[in-house]
Design a protein around this ligand. Structure first.
Ligand code: MG
Length: 389
């Protein structure tokens, strides 16, 4: 049996993970979390009978407890509850499928509790970058990608040595507005963007696909997961979403992974540690498909993509900064507070004006310097003023 914690159980990835658990009975959800939707969480808990459920929204604690009264399921609420769900005893693998930066604290809690990670929550890795990777290395846990592109890369990289890799090529559908004339983008609305041509997903990521910010986040995600430099990661628009990504090798060979656009496949591959038991998903019928198309992304149409990749290149806290800005702008667009082209332009402008405060790093150095002097003086049982600089 593999004990699972399903963080973000009521979302699109969480639900598809539970579908995979239906196929593969050795996967057993022991804890589950949701953001606000206590009704949906209660429904899932009645079906799956986990040992514990966590809801981020504190106010949902009372109705959730009532809904599950009489069942041997512990109910917790608030941000700490998500960490408790992530670190739950008996859990081997945590499916990190919370959307946005809200997923970072529970992800770190899972890593510190030495749980293996199946990562769908790309924002946590974009913002947490080196922190997440270092903590995972220290804890000795693996981070398996659930994102379809990264799963494809992971599959293409199996059995290959890192020094033989020349380039990672991430494919992108181009989102809902890929064919709308540029001048009409001013008037497009969130409801139109939410009609993604190839995938059914949560609202935040569907808007990120329309702006192609999602692909920028995925470039940063690939950089951290596979340790590849930004100049060796390429984005390719491929509208059919049949090739989920490719790896080019130094000898000129290219490997691609093909499958139907069904997230249950990468979820299963991550949860089962690269095992391939049969599923109900048929391989793509290439004779019927006939043609696959490829083109370079149009950076004029998708300025947010360029900004996000630039934030990754800049490093430091720039990705965390721009990801935070994007989460705000994405929600503002969904609420009709901001036009579609304005979103991409805002990301470019914010990044341009963002200065990582060198004072911060410096301040920390001075702080340590002062602390060292004070501690040394204390050790000597002397007054610091006796030891001027
Ligand atoms: Mg993806």
């Amino acid at each position: 049996m593999i004990g699972l914690s399903v963080l973000g159980a009521t979302g699109s990835i969480g639900r598809q993970c539970l579908d995979v658990c239906r196929w593969q009975p050795e996967l057993r959800p022991l804890s589950m979390s949701a953001g606000q939707d206590w009704r949906a969480l209660a429904d899932l808990a009645r079906i799956w009978k986990p040992e514990m459920v966590a809801i981020a929204e504190e106010a949902a604690a009372v109705p959730l407890k009532e809904a599950l009264s009489g069942l041997p399921i512990r109910v917790e609420a608030g941000p700490e509850a998500l960490k408790l769900a992530a670190a739950w005893p008996g859990v081997d693998t945590v499916l990190a499928a919370i959307s946005g930066m809200a997923g970072l604290p529970p992800l770190l809690a899972a890593i510190d509790a030495k749980k293996n990670i199946a990562l769908a929550n790309k924002e946590a890795l974009v913002a947490g970058g080196s922190l997440v990777m270092e903590r995972a290395a220290r804890a000795g846990v693996s981070i398996a990608p659930v994102d379809s592109e990264h799963s494809a890369l992971w599959q293409c990289l199996a059995g290959e040595r890192p020094e033989q890799v020349a380039k990672l090529i991430l494919t992108a559908s181009g989102g809902a507005f890929r064919d709308i004339p540029l001048e009409e983008l001013e008037t497009v609305r969130a409801e139109q963007a939410l009609q993604h041509p190839n995938w059914r997903m949560g609202e935040k990521i569907t808007i990120d696909c329309a702006t192609m910010v999602n692909k920028g986040l995925e470039v940063i995600e690939a950089h951290w997961l596979f340790g590849v430099d930004y100049e060796d990661i390429q984005v390719l628009v491929h509208r059919e979403s049949i090739i989920h990504s490719l790896v080019a090798f130094r000898d000129g060979s290219v490997k691609a992974q093909l499958a139907q656009a069904d997230m249950r496949l990468p979820i299963q591959y991550a949860l089962l540690g690269r095992e391939r038991p049969p599923t109900e998903i048929a391989p793509p019928d290439l004779a019927t498909l006939c043609c696959l198309h490829f083109e370079a992304p149009d950076m004029l149409r998708f300025p947010g993509l360029a900004a996000m990749i630039e934030a990754g290149r800049r490093g430091g806290t720039a990705p965390a900064y721009l990801n935070g800005a994007n989460e705000t702008l994405n929600l503002a667009f969904r609420r009709g507070r901001l036009g579609f082209p304005a979103l991409g332009r805002a990301l470019c402008r914010l990044l341009e004006e963002y200065r990582e405060e060198p004072a911060d790093v410096e301040k920390r150095i001075y702080e340590a310097d002062r602390q060292g002097r004070e501690d040394a003086a204390r050790l000597l049982g002397a007054d610091l003023s006796l030891f001027p600089r």
